[in-house]
Each structure stands twice: as C-alpha cells, then as structure tokens.
Design a protein. Structure first.
Length: 239
C-alpha cells in the first residue's frame, strides 16, 4: 500500500499559499494610490501638474530632464530609486517643499542648472543636504570641489541649514575666486553649517592648488555646529 506524505504536501501547499499572499501584498503596495511613478506621465512637470496638491509619493527611477522652473509642493514627496535623478537645464530652478528623509546618499542632481537651480523650502524645518547629491565621491581621488560648492550654495539660498559630509576624503582640487582670496570652497551664506563624521570626514586640498587653506567662511553667521565640523577639525590637508 502506498502511503501519502501528507506532511510534505501540507508544507508545499503552505509555502505556495504564503508566496501568493506575499505577491498579492507587494502588488497592493505597488498599486497603492498614494505611490505613483513619473513614468506614468511625460515628465516631472506633467506629474506635478496632474497630481496637484493630493498627497502622493512620486517615484523617480531614471534621469528626468527639468526644462522649466517648477515648484514641487510639500504634499508631493520625491523618491529616487534605481538610477533616478533630475537633470536640470541652465536657468531653471527646482523649488522643493517636500521631505528629503528617504533620499539616497548618491547623485540625484545633474545638468548645467544643478546650481543654483535647487532650493529647499520645508516650512521652517532645518535643511540638510549632502555633497553626494551633486556627485561628490569622497574617495580622495575624484575632484569634489564643484559638488561641495553646489551643496553649500543650495543650502544657503534655501535660507540656511546643514551640509553634511559623510565619512570620506573630499578632494578640493579646483582653485577659484569670488573677488577675494582664491580658495576651493566658499561658504558665503549666513546660517550655513558644515558638519561631518569627525576625523573620518576629511577636506583635502592638493599642495600648490590652494595655498593657505581650502575653505573660506565669508558669511557673517556661517559657522560649524561642532568642533568636529570646522575645516581644521575635518583634518583639512594640503597634499
């Protein structure tokens, strides 16, 4: 007489049932009316117009060109997934009023208008930006001058806030001047705070590129929030 392995059959059935339930749950999440993809529209501008002030999360899975100035309301949260980013044209301003809490620490802004084309307005909340959003690498080899400056300028023109440098070595190899001494990075805005992961965050200027230092604080109220955030405490070096 052949015996049925009811335990094995039951286990297999339970596994299939759990897989189906998991699939349906994921479909339900993806189909949730408050999460939409920009791919459902002709672009970010069209999505903002169509969605209006309805509470939504807009997924950005690829490069989206911003050809005209736009204001993204606080009710619309951008979520950058995969290789998603905004490519901002020259002379274009993106004013973002929503949350940045879930934004990845990688490049999400590109294009010739990436500065001064990004403004954060968050209803009195402190703005916190990362140089990585503009393409900083922090590996000690890539020139991170422009991404660092873009982060500082974006926070400055947003009314102030914090530029946070995650652990890494940020090479500031480009020398420029805004009418004063030539430096790599200028903090000419009031209420802009530079902060890092203590000695693990290094601002480094190669020898001969920026004599006498690499960061110039020009704003009357520009400061570091903690001793670890000051250029010297970042272990700024000339190499």
């Amino acid at each position: 007489m052949r015996r049925m392995n009811w335990g094995g059959s039951l286990g297999l059935g339970l596994t299939v049932w759990l897989l189906v339930c998991g699939f349906l749950f994921q479909r339900e999440q993806l189909d949730a009316p408050d999460v939409v993809s920009v791919k459902e529209y002709t672009g970010v501008e069209a999505a903002v117009t169509a969605i209006g002030t309805a509470p939504r999360t807009l997924l950005i899975p690829d490069v989206q060109t911003i050809a005209a100035s736009i204001t993204i309301p606080a009710t619309l949260t951008l979520r950058f997934v995969s290789a998603g980013r905004l490519s901002i044209n020259t002379g274009v301003t993106v004013t973002y009023l929503g949350s940045t809490a879930d934004w990845p620490v990688r490049q999400i802004f590109t294009g010739p208008g990436a500065t001064p084309g990004v403004i954060f307005t968050r209803g009195g909340e402190t703005v916190r930006a990362y140089p990585q959003w503009w393409g900083a690498v922090g590996d000690g080899a890539a020139d991170d001058t422009l991404p660092c400056q873009r982060a500082i300028d974006a926070v400055g023109q947003s009314g102030g806030g914090q530029v946070y440098f995650p652990a890494g070595t940020y090479k500031l190899a480009t020398r420029h001047s805004t009418g004063g001494p030539a430096k790599s990075v200028f903090v000419s805005w009031d209420n802009v705070t530079l902060e890092g992961a203590g000695e693990a965050s290094v601002l480094s200027a190669p020898s001969g590129v920026v004599p006498g230092g690499n960061v110039l604080l020009m704003g009357g109220m520009a400061k570091a929030a903690t001793p670890a955030a000051r250029p010297t405490a970042f272990n700024s070096q000339k190499r």
